[in-house]
Design a protein around this ligand. Structure first.
Ligand SMILES: CC(C)(COP(=O)(O)OP(=O)(O)OC[C@H]1O[C@@H](n2cnc3c(N)ncnc32)[C@H](O)[C@@H]1OP(=O)(O)O)[C@@H](O)C(=O)NCCC(=O)NCCS
Length: 158
């Protein structure tokens, strides 16, 4: 007989397009895990602007465990935020979200994707590198709250 063991329940989640009524959950996750969290108004502004793409990772019962936001600008695509709830990190959710947004960027016709990441954010940098991004240049003392440098990373799509 085939071994069809069910995965642990915490691994069950679906990727879905973002709807604006979910923004409060995004704010909660972002403020708990990001070193540069956005204010609720910033989420509303970014999520309602034309060209924005948002994907959430949601458990079957409706609990959001992660999200990624991006936007198309001419033939470029910028990933503006990605975050995974603390308790759900290192389970492959960030990877699935990144792969999904890369696919959307590609479908939107973008030639490349870019993003900014804190130079000390090893987890995110490794995630991006694993998915083909490379560092284009460094913006010195970019972040106002801690003077950290930012890496501008990009991925060529065509
Ligand atoms: C970055 C982040 C989204 C990764 O999400 P995640 O679901 O934990 O990522 P995954 O489980 O898919 O990990 C994918 C790969 O990323 C790398 N990675 C993730 N977390 C890491 C960590 N703490 N240290 C080192 N590498 C890490 C690993 O290479 C990992 O692959 P592996 O598990 O096979 O070794 C998550 O840590 C997060 O929400 N961080 C806070 C918000 C943030 O910094 N966002 C980025 C702003 S630019």
């Amino acid at each position: 007989m085939e071994n069809q063991q069910a995965p642990p329940s915490e691994l069950f989640y679906n990727l879905k397009p973002l709807s604006t009524n979910k923004i409060p959950s995004l704010v909660t996750i972002d403020s708990s895990v990001s070193s540069h969290p956005w204010k609720p108004d910033q989420f509303t502004e970014v999520c309602t602007v034309n060209g924005t793409h948002g994907i959430i990772a949601e458990k079957p019962e409706g609990c959001i465990v992660g999200f990624v936001l991006g936007r198309s600008v001419a033939d470029e695509f910028e990933i503006t935020k990605i975050a995974v709830a603390e308790a759900c990190k290192r389970k492959g959710i960030g990877s699935r979200l990144i792969k999904a947004i890369i696919k959307q960027a590609s479908s939107s016709g973008a030639a490349h994707i870019y993003l900014e990441v804190g130079s000390k954010n090893t987890a995110a940098i490794k995630l991006y590198e694993k998915n083909g991004f490379y560092t284009q240049y460094t913006r010195k003392k970019y972040f106002t709250n801690n003077s950290d440098d930012a890496l501008v990373m990009s991925l060529k799509l065509r």
